[in-house]
Design a protein around this ligand. Structure first.
Ligand code: 13P
Length: 253
C-alpha cells in the first residue's frame, strides 16, 4: 500500500470556535511527525476558519450533497467545501447511513461529486453487530464497497476507504486484530476487482474506538493504512498520542 499513514480526526457535531485551539496545537505538533499525514474534519461551520488556522494538516468536510447547487435547504455541496478550503470530504459515514438513510447509490454519487469538485474522499463502510453475529460482516462490507465506490476516472488515486464497524464506534470495543486483518484483506480484494491494479494503492483506514492505548496494535495490522478517529480526536493531547503511535510504526517500517 502506497503513502504515509493517514490519521484523520472526525469531529462529528462537536466544536465551536474555541476548539480551533486544539486544531492549532495539532497542526504545530504535526511538524514533529513528517512521516504521518494528519487531517481533521470539523463541522462545516468551522472549516473556513480552521483552514486559516492550520498550515500543515489537511482539512475536510464530513459529508457533501451529490448535486452541485440548487434548492436543497440545509445542505452543503462539494464545491462549497472546496471553496471553504477543504482538501477532502468524508462520505457514507454509518451515522449518515443510519440517521439519514443514505444508500450505497447515494454515497457513490456523493463521492463522485466530491472528486469532480477536486476533493479527495474518505468513504466509510462497516457492519452492524447483528450482521457480524450472523456471520455476514465481510459480505455486507464488500457489498458496500462495491455499491459505493466512485466510477470517476482516476478515482483510486484520491480515494481512501474507512472500515468502521458500527458496533465499535463510540463504544470502547474494537475487533480483534485478526478480524481487522481479514476485513481489510477482503476490502483490498474488492478494490482490486473494481479498479484493477490501481485498487492496490487505495488506503484503507480503520475506525471505531481508536485510542492511544490501542492505536499501535491496530495500525500495525497488514493493510491498515491509517485511522479515522472520533472521540479521541477532540483534544490535541489524545489525538497526538495516536499520531505519535503511527509515527513510531512508520519509523520502524
Ligand atoms: P470513535 O473513535 O469515537 O469510536 O468514532 C469513530 C468514528 O466514527 C470516526 O468516523
Amino acid at each position: 500500500m502506497a503513502g504515509l499513514p493517514y490519521i484523520v480526526g472526525n469531529w462529528k457535531m462537536n466544536g465551536t470556535r474555541a476548539m480551533l485551539n486544539e486544531a492549532r496545537a495539532i497542526d504545530r505538533a504535526a511538524a514533529r511527525f513528517p512521516k504521518v499525514q494528519v487531517a481533521l474534519a470539523p463541522p462545516s461551520t468551522l472549516l473556513y476558519r480552521m483552514r486559516d488556522t492550520v498550515e500543515l494538516i489537511g482539512v475536510g468536510g464530513q459529508d457533501c450533497h451529490a448535486k452541485d447547487n440548487g434548492a436543497y435547504t440545509g445542505e452543503v455541496c462539494a464545491g462549497m467545501l472546496k471553496d471553504a478550503g477543504a482538501d477532502f470530504t468524508i462520505v457514507g459515514h454509518s451515522e449518515r447511513r443510519e440517521y439519514q438513510s443514505e444508500t450505497d447509490a447515494e454515497v457513490k454519487a456523493k463521492a463522485e461529486a466530491a472528486l469532480s469538485a477536486g476533493l479527495s474522499v474518505i468513504l466509510c463502510v462497516g457492519e452492524t453487530e447483528a450482521q457480524r453475529d450472523a456471520g455476514d460482516a465481510e459480505g455486507v462490507v464488500t457489498a458496500q464497497v462495491e455499491g459505493s465506490c466512485p466510477s470517476t476516472e482516476g478515482a483510486p488515486e484520491r480515494l481512501s476507504i474507512a472500515y468502521e464497524p458500527v458496533w465499535a464506534i463510540g463504544t470502547g470495543r474494537v475487533p480483534s486484530v485478526d478480524d481487522v486483518a481479514a476485513m481489510h484483506k477482503a476490502i483490498r480484494a474488492k478494490l482490486v476487482a473494481i479498479y484493477g491494479d490501481a485498487g492496490s494503492d487505495v488506503r484503507i483506514l480503520y475506525g471505531g474506538s481508536v485510542k492511544a492505548e490501542n492505536a499501535a496494535e491496530l495500525l500495525a495490522v497488514p493493510e491498515v493504512g491509517g485511522a479515522l478517529v472520533g472521540g479521541a480526536s477532540l483534544t490535541a493531547e489524545s489525538f497526538l498520542a495516536i499520531v505519535g503511535a503511527a509515527a513510531s510504526l512508520a519509523e520502524v517500517g
